[in-house]
Design a protein around this ligand. Sequence first.
Ligand SMILES: O=P(O)(O)OC[C@H]1O[C@H](O)[C@H](O)[C@@H](O)[C@@H]1O
Length: 528
Amino acid sequence: MDASSLWQRYQDWLYYHEGLRFYLDVSRMRFDDAFVESMQPKFEKAFQDMAALEAGAIANPDENRMVGHYWLRDPDLAPTPQLKQTIIDTLEKIETFAQKVHSGEIHPPNAPKFTDIISIGIGGSALGPQFVAEALAPDFPPLAIHFIDNTDPAGIDRTLSRLSVRLNSTLVIAISKSGGTPEPRNGMIEVQKAFALQNLDFPQQAVAITGVGSNLDKVAKFQRWLATFPMEDWVGGRTSEMSAVGLLPAALQGIAIRDMLAGAKEMDTATRVADLKHNPAALLALSWYYAGNGKGEKDMVVLPYKDSLLLFSRYLQQLVMESLGKEKDLNGNTVYQGIAVYGNKGSTDQHAYVQQLREGVPNFFLTFIEVLEDRLAPSPEIDPGVTSGDYLSGFLQGTRQALYENHRDSITVTIPQVNPRTVGALIALYERAVGLYGFLVNINAYHQPGVEAGKKAAAAILELQKRVVQVLRQEGKPLSLAQIAEKAGATDQIEAIYQILRHLAANNRSVTLQGDFGKPASLTAKAL
Ligand SMILES: O=P(O)(O)OC[C@H]1O[C@H](O)[C@H](O)[C@@H](O)[C@@H]1O
């Protein structure tokens, strides 16, 4: 396509939202009119399905649940007055709590004010708060946030050791929708122990965000924690950023949560338009479908050209991959759907893997995220008439052009500034695009059955570990792996037993291993 046709295509396909000053350019996706035409019926159905979802249909049939994250930013849309009131009450409770913490009215027993937050949660209970903190927290927030989002002992130590002198003024927020996920539970128990070592009263410094009636909810209420905030069953973890999960940590950091909600609401209105060309989420879904042939054949590389948006691709990884990565469609056919997502930030990644994007295996499409405002203050000149921001902007344009010339398609999302409103809008945009795409390819985008298999297998390993240690203690003498497996009644799990023993031995815990470590079968284990 020559330059003038390309410029025409750019103008033909450009989406602009005046209120949000938001642009979406899909002109560098090489679909033609026939493709768009062929997609129209699918989109008509997807728009209808989406309207039903918003009206409270059971859009997550496997879990028999409504999908209501859109109501969070427009409670008038909630299907019942009670649901509407719950949303309004929770938001007010969050704001009141944050105000009282900021003023010192709510303060820890041993300090005039809370200074820090440890947010404990994983997956949807961490990624949104992490993304938003990185994008929007002021340089000197009223409370500085730290995350424990794993069961890695060294990671937990690092956070606790950095906070050891301020633990007495640290607010702990335990976030878990189910209230039973092992990683955050472990994190919480370790944090509680750290509090106990300093004779601090944990419940006086702890808050829970969890499903009403969950284990975590019961513990928090029984121990009289400072507060509990509900996580509704109609809000999925990966779409929970605008629920208490995202809003409480954000409000405590001094982020304007009403603006986030307003931006999301405006984007929701824009993405509710049942007209492909005038709906930015539909344009994204169309582009994804085109790129991957409706089967996820191409990966989505997300490159924000702005440091503060670094975690956007990580956030999108869960939103897109956990929603779309499904073995079965809604009719039970095996489809192996999904779109792989990765990316960090530009222009940094230009010096890492963009080489492969430009010349290597063409198994991806790009999404550039452009931010028009370089910085708040005027920029110094690096070269005459040129600023660092001009370089950043030039690198974005240059990479987009170089990739397109080599038949690598791209989408460009442009926002005026990174602020609560635009971040809210971005989240809402992708939530809707994922929802629409899910309907296009006929899958349930709101469950995650595949996650359970790994969890169950892990639980079985921990069970096996207990049996193995018991066998070694009972026998009291060195045993080969085969002997242990037999005595533990697990002859088909000898490799797992080997891995368990190697881990225990490496941590000087209850066993020693002897033999040739390059030949696992030669090893014998003994209880200490
Ligand atoms: O909030 P929780 O119930 O602790 O769940 C945390 C995360 O873990 C699960 O395994 C799911 O795959 C995620 O969708 C969820 O966000």
